[in-house]
Design a protein around this ligand. Structure first.
Ligand SMILES: [Mn+2]
Length: 330
């Protein structure tokens, strides 16, 4: 048994017929892969599953079997009463589930939280939170072992997509023996590692590449505080509305690789003056401390935050001040 919560969760699932599984706002490989993997397993148990998301599913994740059945919904107008159970996965808070500041949970339906963010608020009736797991994909593999269910090739592909996405293709420092063993088992169950890497990492639009060029051009270094940062102004942001996760992709690729730094920050200006920031660690430095300081959250290696209610330049200064507060001085 990997988790004591596994059986309790299974009991709740057995009692339910119609079950909701979510993909969080701005869904990434782990969110979509985990939701579809869990959906597959529960469908083989005879459950009626609906996977819901407040955002569009990125095109580069459309290769995953079952991705076409994910329903984009507006949480404010969704009728939860038609369902028996809500499995909130890979989401540290209910506002990450809904994609809005509105964090009131729907009445009349039990929520079970399955997640690996250590900042998880534990907003469910049952909360299975394992912050040692690299990804919800890895965590679900352990849960499926506890449930003693057969993992088919489609499910193995979905889970490995989550693991690969949330480990930066096994590069992040949280990857060790356990994760690699699970990845090996998923491959032996039929997951196609090369196809996943091809779809996630070798599938970049030429126009996206050009925008990365601008982001790199705007990159600045704070030598004393050992970090790099870059801003995507609204004028550029408008150019790439419709290209999903461009900020996160750039953050993963370019912000943890700069010599003589500990971390990088990318800050995007949104329509309403909102700032959306992504933090990436290079050296093992815990960037979630900075994200938390400005109202966000995440992992040691990768974190994020949104700031509303300030003008963009003030919001940028707020993030930089938080970064300098925690930075290791040169
Ligand atoms: Mn995740």
């Amino acid at each position: 048994m990997n988790y004591e919560e596994s059986q309790k969760i299974l009991e709740e699932i057995k009692k339910a017929n119609k079950i909701l599984i979510n993909c969080h706002r701005g869904p990434d490989s782990d969110s979509v892969g985990s939701a579809l993997g869990l959906s597959n397993i529960l469908e083989t148990m005879g459950k009626e599953i609906v996977v819901i998301c407040p955002s569009e599913i990125p095109n580069d994740l459309r290769f995953l079997p079952g991705s076409q059945k994910i329903r984009r919904i507006d949480y404010a107008n969704f009728n939860f009463k038609e369902y028996d159970l809500f499995l909130a996965i890979d989401s540290s808070s209910f506002s990450m589930v809904t994609g809005s500041r509105e964090s009131r949970q729907p009445g009349g339906i039990d929520i079970i939280v399955i997640d690996h963010h250590f900042s998880n608020e534990g907003f469910g009736k049952i909360n299975l939170i394992d912050s040692k797991a690299t990804s919800t994909g890895e965590l679900l593999f352990n849960v499926f072992e506890d449930w003693n269910v057969v993992i088919d090739a489609d499910t193995a592909n979905c889970l490995l997509t989550g693991v690969i996405g949330d480990t930066g293709c096994f590069m992040y420092q949280n990857v060790g023996e356990d994760t690699l063993k699970i990845a090996a088992k998923l491959i032996s169950l039929g997951a196609d590692k090369d196809n996943i890497v091809y779809n996630i990492y070798r599938n970049i639009n030429f126009s996206e590449l050009k925008i990365w060029g601008k982001i790199i051009e705007n990159m600045q270094i704070d030598k004393e505080n050992r970090f790099v940062w870059s801003i995507i102004p609204i004028a550029i942001y408008k150019d790439f509305i419709g290209i999903e996760n461009i900020k996160e992709d750039a953050a993963n690729l370019f912000f943890p690789i700069v010599k003589d730094t500990d971390f990088g920050i990318i800050m995007e200006e949104r329509e309403n003056g909102e700032l959306s920031a992504s933090f990436r660690s290079r050296s093992g430095f815990d960037v979630s401390k900075i994200a938390k300081e400005v109202g966000g959250g995440g992992h040691k290696a990768a974190a994020g935050a949104r700031i509303e209610g300030l003008c963009f330049s003030d919001a940028v200064e707020k993030v930089l001040a938080a970064a300098r507060k925690y930075a290791k001085k040169n």
